[in-house]
Every structure is written in C-alpha cells, then in structure tokens.
Design a protein. Structure first.
Length: 97
C-alpha cells in the first residue's frame, strides 16, 4: 500500500473585475461587423453573378448586379437585426401605459 497523498491546499479563484465597455464601443463593433458582412456577402454575390453570367446568361451584366444586390440586401438585413434585435417583422413593441 502506498502512503496517502498529503492534503492539497484548496485554491479559491479570485474574481477578476471586468472593465465596463462603453456604449459607443459596442456600436462601433457592431458597425464594423456590418461593414465586414457587407463586403463578404456582396463579394460572394458578385462572384456568383460573374459565374452565372459567364456560364448561363451569355456574358450579360444583369446577373452580376442582381446577385451583388442580393448579397448587399442580406447584409443589410443582418445589420438591421444586429442593431435592432427586438424588432421582429409583424410585431410592435408598445411602452407601458
């Protein structure tokens, strides 16, 4: 038999204070995410439009514009929800009377 292990000291973690984040920093981060999402979605739409234009629509310009607009619209919708999370389609938030 082996000897029992010496009792280990109990370590209690000390809570680290979390610095408060300013509201303008929160809005700035959300806006930066919106711009990044716009670039990514519009870029993907542009790429899909170019491929569709070359392969399907005999090198017309409208598929590129249409799919880029779809990508920008999706980014706008995501940004709108990010900045206004309580706004749902078909609902209305009323203040307490």
């Amino acid at each position: 038999m082996s000897a029992p292990a010496p009792s280990a000291a109990v370590v209690v973690p000390v809570p680290v204070p979390v610095p408060a984040v300013r509201s303008e920093d929160i809005i700035a981060r959300k806006f930066d995410n919106c711009l990044a999402d716009l670039l990514v979605n519009a870029g993907i739409g542009f790429g899909v439009g170019v491929v569709a234009s070359v392969l399907i629509f005999r090198r017309r310009g409208w598929p590129v514009a249409l799919s880029t607009g779809f990508g920008a619209g999706v980014a706008y919708s995501n940004c709108n929800y990010s900045l206004n999370p309580y706004v749902l389609p078909g609902t209305k938030v009323l203040p307490k009377a």
